[in-house]
Design a protein around this ligand. Structure first.
Ligand code: S3P
Length: 209
């Protein structure tokens, strides 16, 4: 039993090392709707891979000296999106890292192209119930400060899911512990790195398809 656990740990460490190596200076970029778990899972993924973690929303707030709610209220969404595009373009120069983006970031074609050029996109895909349960806990998301946040979220899912689906990797975001989500991402990255099993030559890239 102990031997099996040791083997599993070794297998996981090997996967993590291979992913890290294959990234070079690229970033792992988490995308998906509000409440999908991008920041919470991203932070743990970064720790597992021994990579820095960056939260794009926090960086936007730091650059603006305002919270996202304040930016939306004072300047409007279009202004926020322009800042978001610039900040993410800048952050993508800092790989390797795990970068969590705000839910709308990947909808921007320029940002999508920048992510493609400088990273591996990972869509944390969650259903309406999971998303609403998670976002219900906080009131810091201007797009959900409406009479009927559930209908707003449904609309965003309809608009955005087809675009999120362009991500390099999709991982189901369930009500599982974050560590389980991290393992699922690691397995998906590892499978992408070695689609035909563990015989991929050294130097393979997670990006190659
Ligand atoms: C937004 C998501 C938020 C934040 C802003 C807009 C969106 O980030 O960027 O409120 O358009 O979905 P999270 O996805 O981290 O909540």
């Amino acid at each position: 039993m102990t031997q099996r656990i040791a083997e599993q740990n070794r297998d996981r460490d090997q996967k993590l090392a291979e992913i890290r190596r294959s990234l070079g200076t690229d970033s792992l970029v988490l995308i998906g709707l509000m409440g999908a778990g991008k920041s919470a899972v991203g932070r743990r993924l970064a720790a597992s891979l021994n990579l820095p973690f960056t939260d794009a929303d926090s960086e936007i707030e730091a650059a603006a000296g305002q919270t996202i709610s304040e930016i939306f209220a004072e300047h409007g969404e279009a202004y926020f999106r322009t800042g978001e595009r610039k900040v993410i373009a800048r952050l993508l120069e800092n790989g390797p890292q795990v970068l969590a983006t705000g839910g709308g970031a990947y909808m921007d074609p320029e940002t999508r192209a920048a992510v493609k050029a400088n990273g591996i996109s990972i869509w944390l895909k969650a259903n309406l119930r999971v998303l609403m349960k998670r976002v219900g806990r906080r009131d810091n998301r201007p797009l959900l400060q409406v009479d009927d946040p559930e209908t707003a979220m449904k609309k965003l899912m309809a608009q955005r899911n087809p675009v999120y689906a362009q991500a390099d990797i999709t991982v189901e975001s369930r009500e599982a512990p974050h560590e389980v989500m991290v393992s699922n991402i690691v397995d998906a990255l590892s499978a992408r790195l070695e689609p035909d099993g563990p015989a991929e030559p050294a130097g393979g890239s997670v990006k190659a398809q």
